[in-house]
Structure formats: structure tokens, C-alpha cells
Design a protein around this ligand. Structure first.
Ligand SMILES: [Fe+2]
Length: 485
């Protein structure tokens, strides 16, 4: 029997399956199955996948009654069931009926904290959660450790309540500049490097407002989008560092576990090493990762977390030779092999890969992906070579999940993977990784002397990442790029 953790009902619904020895059997996003970006509900295709296992416990990632109270308080009308049983019936329906099953729910921020701490390598850590809003919480600081029985114990050290919210502020700004909130904040972060933070003081007042209803589109009517983005980025960095300073001052631990959607701001993350010595941000720190957090709280102990390849399986050996041939011939190739990544980033199993050398490859890949020309791509590199190419920030020498940016030391040679501010969002792959991307990088380096590849997510424009082989076939047909499995 196993534990099923669920996060659903807001955005990015996900499910995680853990057995009773702390192994993760599955973790996946609903959107990858339904093809609806940020799907808020568990779709039938994902529920079908979940039928592979039996469950004695089902854990939900937040307390429905607290969520409803917050919705009413903030003037929202989207009220769901008030009880755990009600909310599980809503999301699971008749799919899984086990009269003996235990049904539990946990606080939204505690689920975030558990997803981070119980997958981290630490026995004791300061846990910081920053998101848009979870029930009434927008920032939480916990002291976390394991007791003598191995159970994770969390002590709340400090918290911030709605309406002040760093995450809601950044999402409202994302909408103000014409992007999709709760989805395209990473584009706002990329645009920030092109602007000047000249409105930071003026925009700071927004932090105290109810940003659930967005920002008036006439706010700063003459300001350019890039200056608004730069000002917002400056504000959130200042606010995040203030939280980190506060968290460190509790002197609980110099190990940081950082969770919540704001933890995906890899540009802000570059300075976390000023406050903490060791940093862990799991690959899915947002609400979808809280499906793992809820399951972890029900399990209670440390989870065996080795990698992010936890979703839908495409069987067979990782196609190293086929990829090398395509990369040498076309300089670009897709891969859909092994288990899909849990989290928003493609880490080599559902990736579009390219030779990062030279000035023209960025435009080629941008054309295929139909995306804004200003956006750079990320490098994936053999970890033992990272210092030759990137100045990595303190605390992020190893960056397996692209959680921070490092300064590129050779932008002249690799312009495709460098942002306008001189940084790159680096994925390192360590020598002890048994992943396919490790084998591919080793073969690529042996042949070319280059230890890295350009890595971007394999997805059709406007759709979530490729999940199964049929998705990969559609990608091939639409874009004329081979996708190997
Ligand atoms: Fe959250």
C-alpha cells in the first residue's frame, strides 16, 4: 500500500505516489496529460496512470476550509468543498474508492516546507516558503529537524499574512505587462535585464494592496514594459533578501531549504549564499511540488530523493548515438526518453538540445520554438567543467535543477546560452548521475571537446512539455526536428 499526495484546485495540479519506505514511485503534472497548460484539476489521463498503485492514505496539500475562508476574505467567489472528504471527492470522484483509506490534509505552507525539507540532504534546516498565497500565508519561516524516531518536525518561527505578498505582486506585474500570471513570471524575470529599475520606489506601494484583482492597466501608463519588469525584479530581490536575513537571524541552521513559487526566481537566487552556507531548492518548489509535500507529511520521514525523473515513462535505452548523429548533422535534436521531469524545467528527458557553439544557433532554436528573440537558452554541462565556463554563485556550485544563474566566462564563444546581463541558468550534471543526459554529454565532449549543450524544453508552442511518444511524434511533424526515444 502507498500514499497518494495531491495538489489541485488552484493551478498546476499534480500527484505524487510514495511507498512506506520513502521511495517516490511517481510524481507528475496533470497538464502534461491533459495538454491544458497549468491544468488546475487532475485529468482522467493522469488518474488512469495513478491506477497502477494501491493506496491506504490520500493526502491533500492544503486545508479546504482555510482556503475557502481566504477566498471569501479576499472577495473571490470561487468556493469549493469545506471538508477533506469533500475536496477529495471533487478531485478524485469515483476514481478510487477504498473505504479503509485515511484522508488527511495539511496547511498549504507546511506542505511546501515538507516537499523541500524531507527531500533535502539535511538533518536540520531553516525552511523559507515564499509564494503568492497559501490559505492566509504568503511567507513562512520554519525550523525543521528529525526527532529520534526519524519523524520530521517543523517549528514555525515567523510568518507573513495576506495581503502583503511577494508572489502576488510579481504575478500582478506579469499581467500588467501583457503576460500570463501564474505561468509567465519567468519571462518577466528575463525582460528585467533589458530595463532600468527606475520605478522601484513608486511600485513598492503595491505590495500593501489586494493584488488578487490585478493592477490597473493605467498604472504608470508611460513606462516601458522592460522598465516595469526591472523595477519589479529589484523590489522582489530586496524583499526576498530581507526575508532571508530575518530567517538566518533565528540561528536555527545555516542550511536553507527554500520553497514556494517565488523560489523559481533563479536571478534572485544568485545571492542566497550571502545568508546561508548550503542551499536546497527541490525541482518543483511551487504548488505542484506540494503533492509530494502532502505525501511526505503523511509518511513523516526523510524521502529518498535522487533525481527529478519521476513522471510518465517512455521506455528503452537513452538514445545517445542517435542524438550525437543528429547534433553533428543538424546541430539540433529533440529527445523524449525515460521518465518525464517533475517540475517546470526540462532536464534532459524531454528536451530540445543543440550545439551551443557559434552565433547563429540561438536564432535557429528561437525560430523552431516561436519565442521572443530576447530570451536566451540554458546550458547543461558536465559538472566537473562548470568552473571553466561559469562563475557560479555561493551555495550553487552544483545546480542540477537550474535553480540559480551563474556569470558566463566565455559569452563570446557561447552567445546562445548567455542572457543580456551576462548570466546563464546553468544545469550541472554530476559524475555520479546515472541519467541519460550525463551519458550524452560525456559522448558529446569526447567527440567535440565541448562539455555542454543548449537545453530547452520540448514543447509545442502554447502547450505543456511533451509527455508521451505520441506528443513527440506531433512535435516532429509540426517542426521538422527529429525527436529520439
Ligand atoms: Fe503555494
Amino acid at each position: 500500500m502507498n500514499i497518494l499526495g495531491i495538489s489541485a484546485g488552484f493551478h498546476d495540479a499534480a500527484a505524487t505516489v510514495i511507498n512506506h519506505t520513502g521511495e517516490i514511485l511517481f510524481a507528475g503534472h496533470s497538464e502534461r496529460y491533459s495538454k491544458r497548460k497549468n491544468d488546475a484539476n487532475l485529468c482522467n489521463e493522469l488518474l488512469l496512470e495513478l491506477c497502477k498503485w494501491q493506496y491506504d492514505t490520500v493526502a491533500f496539500y492544503e486545508r479546504p476550509w482555510m482556503h475557502n475562508l481566504q477566498q471569501l476574505y479576499s472577495g473571490q467567489r470561487d468556493i469549493g468543498p469545506w471538508t477533506t472528504k469533500g475536496v477529495l471527492n471533487k478531485h478524485l470522484g469515483a476514481w478510487y474508492q477504498n473505504p479503509a483509506r485515511i484522508e488527511v490534509c495539511y496547511s498549504h505552507h507546511l506542505s511546501h516546507a515538507a516537499a523541500g525539507f524531507q527531500t533535502s540532504p539535511f538533518d536540520r534546516a531553516t525552511v523559507v516558503v515564499i509564494d503568492a498565497i497559501g490559505e492566509f500565508d504568503t511567507i513562512s519561516i520554519y525550523g525543521a529537524e528529525y526527532d529520534k524516531t526519524g519523524k520530521a518536525v517543523y517549528k514555525k518561527l515567523w510568518g507573513q499574512k495576506y495581503p502583503y505578498s511577494i508572489g502576488l505582486f510579481y504575478s500582478a506585474i506579469t499581467e500588467r505587462i501583457g503576460l500570463h500570471p501564474l505561468d509567465e513570471e519567468y519571462i518577466t524575470m528575463g525582460m528585467a535585464a533589458y530595463g532600468e529599475p527606475k520605478y522601484a520606489d513608486t511600485m513598492s506601494i503595491l505590495l500593501q494592496e489586494n493584488l488578487h484583482i490585478g493592477i490597473d492597466h493605467m498604472f504608470l501608463p508611460t513606462a516601458t514594459d522592460v522598465d516595469i519588469a526591472a523595477s519589479a525584479q529589484a523590489i522582489v530581490e530586496r524583499e526576498i533578501y530581507s526575508v532571508m536575513h530575518r530567517a538566518r537571524a533565528f540561528n536555527w541552521s545555516s542550511n536553507l531549504v527554500y520553497q514556494g513559487g517565488v523560489a523559481l526566481n533563479c536571478k534572485a537566487n544568485r545571492n542566497l549564499g550571502e545568508y546561508f552556507e548550503n542551499i536546497w531548492i527541490m525541482p518543483s518548489p511551487g504548488d505542484s511540488g506540494s503533492s509530494l509535500g502532502a505525501a511526505a507529511l503523511a509518511y513523516r520521514g526523510q524521502i529518498n530523493f535522487e533525481h527529478a525523473y519521476l513522471g510518465r515513462e517512455i521506455g528503452g535505452e537513452y538514445p545517445v548515438d542517435a542524438l550525437i548523429n543528429s547534433l553533428l548533422r543538424d546541430r539540433i535534436s529533440g529527445v523524449a526518453s525515460g521518465r518525464a521531469e517533475f517540475g517546470p524545467r526540462a532536464l534532459g528527458n524531454r528536451s530540445l538540445l543543440a550545439d551551443p557553439r557559434g552565433p547563429d544557433i540561438k536564432d535557429t532554436v528561437n525560430e523552431i520554438k516561436h519565442r521572443q528573440k530576447f530570451r536566451p537558452f540554458a546550458p547543461v554541462i558536465l559538472a566537473e567543467h562548470v568552473d571553466q565556463y561559469f562563475d557560479m554563485p555561493r551555495g550553487f556550485h552544483s545546480s542540477p535543477y537550474m535553480q540559480s544563474v551563474g556569470r558566463c566566462l566565455r559569452p563570446d564563444l557561447y552567445p546562445a546560452i548567455v542572457h543580456v546581463d551576462g548570466t546563464s541558468r546553468v544545469q550541472t550534471v554530476s559524475a555520479d548521475s546515472s541519467s541519460g543526459i550525463r551519458k550524452l554529454l560525456e559522448a558529446w565532449c569526447r567527440l567535440t571537446g565541448c562539455p555542454m549543450l543548449l537545453n530547452t524544453s520540448l514543447n509545442i508552442r502554447g502547450e505543456p512539455m511533451v509527455n508521451c511518444r505520441a506528443d513527440a511524434d506531433r512535435f516532429e511533424r509540426l517542426y521538422g526536428v527529429e525527436v529520439h526515444s
